[in-house]
Design a protein around this ligand. Structure first.
Ligand code: HEC
Length: 407
């Protein structure tokens, strides 16, 4: 049965699969080169800056690093750039699928900002582009020569952005957009700065000119930023699976703190790979920040039952509430889902609605129509079979209602 909702869900899965694979390739090669660079043995004779022996997969590798380039350009040169570009392209596609096409559900939060979908999409695209423009201008300003000050200003921008995004989008979209904002800076560093500079150096060498060492310095600053931004980005990309991280009033502070953990964790590994000891205090700092995050996450979640009852439905929600079969479907959900998916669940020792999905009021059910259809109508993912039995007629009622509403 190939209907649009089913195919769309599969397209989302396929693009997510691709995105995770490309991100592994990018972050993997970037971590490899950072560790390699820090660990080079620099006490060697000859023109090379450093070298390293490595063993992997049954062979020994002898790697040498040349600061600018070797005397003669090799015929074959492997570039590392498509890992980064492919991660950004697949990530942008996934963001569009989940937060633009699925904007009514995942992007817009009428209790925070009363936006039309096109306005939300406009803000989404604008913030992502804005991050890079702002960051790049800062790097090229006088701050570019003061790495520590630059890092602090960058952190301030991220905190401000985190707060701003949480004023207009759902918590889930806000955290994801903060991740996309940061990841775009990282890929743009590769695309607009690191690779073009590298190309200038290669062209100079081929023409027999001595390349200006400033290009290496610029690239180094940008890669250092990328190094410290990687871990927070991955946290933010995963955060949409954890409502405790995104569905609280403190989500924007949590997101900001994650960037500090990114620094403490990377500092440990950077020191270790550079053979400068093991600064174990960083783990204590990381654990403290993590506990603060867990504590902040228990603050108020989402709207109250009264607020949900009182608010006006969006046009898409209204379509689902007025569709034929809504009364049956709503009864089915109340009977099979609401014990768990409630603002205060009554099932077992459940403390909060799973995945932040609340299904109590008519507005709640209309808002999650697509998910209810996929989880309990088309597939049998919900309810968990050991908790509640749901007969085929109840599932059929959900399918009938969803299809009637969609027309
Ligand atoms: C016994 C408790 C329970 C009941 C009853 C229940 N759910 Fe769930 N639901 C869960 C849990 C737990 C999760 C989180 C699963 C996970 O972590 O992957 C979840 C997740 C979900 C999600 C989010 C899936 C995702 O990956 O984002 C949806 C949508 C959902 N349920 C819909 C429903 C519907 C519709 C019903 C009723 C037909 C229902 N649930 C009944 C416990 C329940």
């Amino acid at each position: 049965m190939y209907d649009i909702a089913v195919m769309w869900d599969w397209i989302g899965f396929a693009v997510r699969w691709l995105h995770v694979i490309t991100a592994i390739a990018w972050i993997g090669s970037s971590f490899y080169f950072i560790a390699l660079d820090l660990g080079l043995n620099r006490n060697i004779p000859g023109p090379a800056d450093g070298e390293e022996w490595q063993v992997h997969g049954g062979g020994f590798y002898h790697i040498q690093k040349y600061l600018v380039a070797p005397e003669r350009m090799p015929d074959h040169l492997t570039w590392f750039k498509w890992e980064s570009y492919a991660t950004w392209l697949s990530g942008a596609a996934l963001l569009m699928i989940v937060y633009w096409v699925g904007g009514e559900l995942f992007l817009l939060d009428p209790t925070r900002a009363d936006l039309a979908l096109w306005q939300g999409i406009g803000i989404s695209a604008a913030t992502i582009a804005l991050g890079w423009l702002l960051y790049d201008a800062l790097c090229k300003s006088a701050l570019g020569d003061r790495p520590t000050a630059m890092m602090l200003v960058l952190f301030a921008i991220i905190v401000a952005m985190s707060w701003g995004l949480n004023q207009v989008f759902t918590g889930r979209a806000a955290l994801l957009h903060l991740g996309a904002f940061t990841a775009t800076i990282m890929t743009a560093n590769v695309f607009f700065i690191i690779i073009p500079n590298q190309k200038i150096v290669v062209a100079d060498l081929k023409a027999g000119r001595t390349p200006d060492p400033k290009y290496g310095k610029i690239a180094k600053l940008r890669s250092t930023h990328n190094n410290y931004l990687t871990l927070p980005v991955i946290f933010l990309m995963l955060s949409n699976h954890y409502p405790l991280a995104f569905a609280t009033d403190h989500a924007w502070i949590i997101a900001a703190l994650v960037f500090l953990m990114g620094v403490t964790i990377r500092h440990y590994f950077n020191s270790m790979h550079a053979r400068k000891g093991r600064p174990n205090w960083t783990w204590a700092a990381t654990v403290v920040i993590f506990l603060v995050i867990a504590w902040l996450s228990t603050a108020n979640m989402g709207d109250t039952w009264e607020e949900s009852e009182a608010r006006a439905l969006t046009p898409a929600e209204a379509r689902f509430v007025s569709a034929e079969g809504f009364a049956d479907a709503y009864d089915t959900v109340l009977g099979h889902c609401s014990m768990c998916h409630a603002r205060e669940p009554v099932w077992g020792r459940m403390m909060w609605p799973p995945k932040g999905v609340v299904l109590e009021t008519e507005a709640d059910v209309a808002r999650h129509a697509g998910q209810i259809y996929l989880q309990a109508g088309v597939s049998h993912a919900m309810p968990p079979p050991n908790a509640v039995q749901m007969d085929p007629e109840a599932r059929a009622a959900i399918v009938r209602w969803f299809r009637a509403a969609r027309g």
